[in-house]
Unconditional design. Structure first.
Length: 618
DNA sequence: CTAGGGTTAG
């Protein structure tokens, strides 16, 4: 098969690629050798490159041996290929050994090691090599700088990044596209968005990569809406979209629950043929799950041919948030059956699912399997889920025992889980005692977090200890702790309508309030009585009027006013829905024959005909 | 033979 002659280097290259692709399979490699096919300056580097790409270290080692045997191992072309192969296979000691024993004075070998170190997360090694190159006066080029900048960014070494920047200004490379992009990304990842923007504005060509760096860092360091503003700016500057940037924007759309934009991005991806890009599929799945369209999320999942851990995890979490914790567990079992490896976050989702579906026994056994079976040490989030699961199902002693078993100090997340879990079963005095103790600790370690005050105050009001309720409220006031104001919003025709408790700013306020009154009147006829137990759920956001005009009720009433008859009403709230609104809105779905999807800070409530997907357990 | 951006978080 090798008895062809090649006239063009292009043919030679495709032949070499073909050779490499068949020979990285060991058996075929041996057949290749048995055929008397040549191992030379052209074939060895090409096969080595494939070994690196496929992380086939054993074949790489054989080739190294053959190179030594044929005396080709002193050739600089071969040496740099070997260093690349070892680096990509994470066999760094071998790569360093070759580098140190042959002392190549070309940049390629050094670059290969810097790039691989940076990609493998060995950032300080990458920077060390960079400094060494600089000291030896080796040429630093358009391959060296991006990786060094990348490692500086990952270590949050802004000063180092700035030093590299100043070296760059003298190198003549600063106008190079990859280098400009790496600089923008370094400043952006370090949270120095103004510096990032300055570099960006001075670039000769601002391509989609630079925009993506700005977008994702804005989402992380500023806000998701700042990120979407940048996206609009990008669209108006006619830059070509690609799958990376769409995945990033989808993630902000998901957080902001702007379903219309998400759908448009989905359509664009299909038109542009990006649908086979895994990260984009993962982002789409998450976007649909987070906007309450769990059926669409499942459709996306079914179209992904090779799901990775992120895909499985996104589906597990999405199902759990949408009240389908049993399905999360089935998906997890399928994930294991099909050979995917769960990670730290998978278990957060799985245990969250168990806790919301009340699956005590499966939850316990999944938790116990984490370390022995999957080699993942449970972290505070996992303990928090388990404590929540146990406390909510009334096993408060067991929750406390589990907490005492932790190898590290429980953090605020864990104490909050215990406190909120206790509010479900207050009939035993023990639950109250544990809740008070947890709150006391939280008031010390997180004195400015409003959530523990509100949780404890709700517990007191549930057992009608009004004096204690007043004490907590006074304590909050004295400490200047205020809760994030509650608000609900709804998207209609691409416009987001926001409601706060008892606010009168919406242009259709009169109709909305009339509709709330009508709603409350009609559900009262079916026997609804306001629950006063959660009067203080929204401490700080509401007046003395109490429960009637909470933001979620206003939003649902608005939906009844403006949406066509029978249309699903999709509402989002930034805080947890209060118990009274939950009861009232369930009845509204029954009386009006409408479906309501209400997403609160924790989960989705798919309400229909008086029943909620959360099983009144959220 | 070496290069920049992305997706999951009770």
């Amino acid at each position: 098969m090798l008895a062809f002659s090649f006239n063009h280097s292009h043919h030679l290259r495709s032949h070499l690629l073909f050779t490499a692709s068949i020979t990285t399979n060991s058996t075929q490699f041996h057949r290749f050798l048995a055929n008397g096919s040549p191992l030379n300056l052209y074939t060895i580097p090409t096969i080595l490159a494939s070994c690196g790409a496929q992380r086939n270290l054993s074949l790489g080692l054989q080739l190294h041996a053959l190179a030594i045997h044929t005396g080709l191992d002193s050739n600089s072309f071969i040496l740099s290929s070997l260093i690349t192969m070892y680096s990509k296979c994470s066999h760094f000691s071998a790569a360093y050994h070759i580098l140190n024993s042959t002392n190549p004075n070309d940049s390629i070998s050094w670059n290969a090691l810097i790039v691989s170190s940076s990609r493998s997360g060995l950032h300080s090694d990458a920077l060390h090599l960079f400094v060494k190159m600089h000291h030896r006066a080796l040429p630093l080029d358009e391959f060296t700088f991006p990786s060094a900048l990348n490692s500086a960014a990952h270590l949050s070494l802004v000063l180092t990044g700035q030093t590299i920047h100043s070296l760059l200004l003298r190198s003549g490379f600063q106008r190079h596209a990859h280098i400009g992009n790496a600089l923008v990304d370094m400043y952006a990842k370090s949270g120095e968005l103004h510096s990032a923007r300055n570099v960006f504005d001075e670039m000769p060509h601002r391509d989609v990569v630079a925009w993506t760096s700005l977008l994702t860092s804005s989402a992380r360091h500023v806000s998701h809406s700042a990120s979407l503003d940048l996206f609009l700016e990008m669209l108006s500057s006619s830059v070509n979209l690609d799958a990376f940037v769409i995945a990033a924007v989808l993630s902000s759309s998901a957080e902001l629950t702007v379903l219309e934009l998400g759908r448009q991005l989905h359509a664009t991806s299909v038109k542009r043929g990006f649908h086979s890009f895994l990260s984009l599929g993962n982002a789409l799945l998450t976007m649909y799950a987070k906007t309450g369209c769990i059926d669409d999320a499942e459709l996306i999942f079914d179209l992904i041919p090779y799901p990775d851990a992120i895909t499985w995890t996104a589906l597990i979490i999405g199902l759990a948030q949408n009240g389908r914790g049993h399905d999360s567990v089935h998906v997890y079992d399928k994930m294991i059956r099909t050979g995917s490896k769960p990670d730290y976050i998978t278990f957060i989702g799985l245990l969250f699912a168990c806790s919301h579906a009340g699956l005590v026994e499966p939850g316990r056994s999944y938790f116990e399997s984490m370390e022995p079976v999957h080699g993942i040490e449970p972290g505070p989030e996992h303990y928090a889920c388990m404590i929540d699961l146990l406390a909510r199902s009334g096993k408060i002693e067991e929750a406390v025992r589990l907490m005492n078993r932790m190898r590290f100090e429980p953090d605020a997340t864990v104490w909050k889980a215990l406190l909120s879990g206790c509010r479900v079963h207050l009939n035993s005095g023990f639950a109250l005692q544990v809740a008070e103790r947890a709150a006391e600790i939280l008031f010390k370690i997180a004195p400015n977090d409003a959530v523990p005050y509100v949780l404890l105050s709700n517990i007191y009001s549930k057992i009608r200890r009004w004096g204690d309720v007043a004490k907590i409220r006074a304590l909050m006031k004295a400490r200047g702790v205020s809760k994030e104001p509650g608000c609900s919003w709804m998207e209609v025709g691409g416009v987001v309508h926001v409601f706060h408790v008892e606010d009168h700013v919406h242009p259709r306020t009169a109709e909305i309030y009339a509709k709330v009154d009508e709603m409350m009147g009609r559900i009262r006829e079916t026997g609804y009585v306001a629950e006063t137990g959660n009067v203080l759920q929204d401490v700080g956001e509401e007046g003395e009027m109490g429960l009637a005009y909470h933001s979620e009720k206003l939003a649902v009433a608005f939906g009844l006013v403006v949406l066509p008859r029978g249309a699903l009403i999709r509402v989002f709230k930034n805080l947890r829905v209060c118990g009274d609104c939950h009861t009232a809105l369930k009845l509204v779905t029954k009386v009006y024959g409408r479906k309501v999807v209400l997403r609160d800070a924790n989960v989705f409530h798919h309400m229909e005909n008086g029943v909620c997907s959360c099983g009144d357990y959220w």
